[in-house]
Design a protein around this ligand. Sequence first.
Ligand code: SAH
Ligand code: SF4
Length: 339
Amino acid sequence: MNLQKLETILQAQNQPKFRIQQIKKAIYQEGISSFSDISTLSKDLREVLEKEMPVLSFEVQQVLISKDGQSIKALLKLRDGNLIEAVLIAPKPGIWSACISCQVGCAMGCKFCATGKIGFKRNLTAEEITDQILFWIQHLKTTNHKLSTIVYMGMGEPFSNWEQVSQSLRDLTDPNLFGIGSRSISVSTSGIPEGIEKMAQEFPQVNLALSFHFGSNEKRSAAMPINRKNNLESLKVALQNYFAKTKRKVFLEYVMLAGVNDDSKDADNLIDFIRSIGKLQLLHVNLIRYNSTDSQFKSSSKERTILFRDYLEKNRIEVTIRKSLGEEIQGACGQLAGK
Ligand code: SAH
Ligand code: SF4
């Protein structure tokens, strides 16, 4: 919601100062989706607001719900016609996690990623980022559920749009706006050391996830062009500095790609990287099933993924296999908007 515009309208209507607090509470905390439903406002003011400004900065183009109802994906049309995706998943019954986008497309060009194929179109504004959360809060209200966690794992690289992403984090954690706890929010990066440093400085309580995927520079650079600039050695230093500042656990994301990064040598490389950092207990590996997009990559089998996990565990690495969600709704971000 555009707060500046709201303030301007309220001033023009000679409204008292507390009015904005009433509206913020209704929209951000109670999940009311339309000004006309805010019962504490006069009928006239409701009408003016309805006419002058929409609550959300996009229109909902399509909503896909999985058969079990545990994953929902929305294709959202921004005012300039660009499309973004936002996903809502329930990793456990009643626990809802929103996966939000921070850019239209992405410049990083990771070979396995549908968003990477689209290329970079533009940065989202903080409002467009937080409106995705508003949208899911409104959606959950209709079923009497609450949002539990937020992950910046939709389209785009958060540290390439830090100005707007950091503003969105301030808004999400602001007790007068969304009031969401920092520890319920995670930011995922393809690996940009300056960004990791800024996170440690500005949001030490927000969780950091690193899309690691490959334990050798050769393989990582082949699939993730960003690794040619910021290689494994620079990520190692970035993580060491991050731990020194925050003492917080970091999640290493590892998407399982058949025949590409899933054999014992790949596991050894991952183990070596983690050991080289010297903080075994502060790194947690998430093995992720690959949602096949129309690329040359295939997901590793379930058996292979379990073997990989067991091997890491034997080496005292903390690891979980992330439950596969959202495949039937093309849950991997970029899969819908790229069509
Ligand atoms: N740009 C950031 C955040 C968005 S991507 C980043 O790369 O971290 C969120 C996660 O989804 C990343 O770990 C990414 O590598 C992974 N991913 C991309 N395409 C995927 C796919 N088709 N299936 C499963 N995970 C995918
Ligand atoms: Fe961008 Fe992340 Fe996709 Fe890479 S994986 S192209 S960084 S969105």
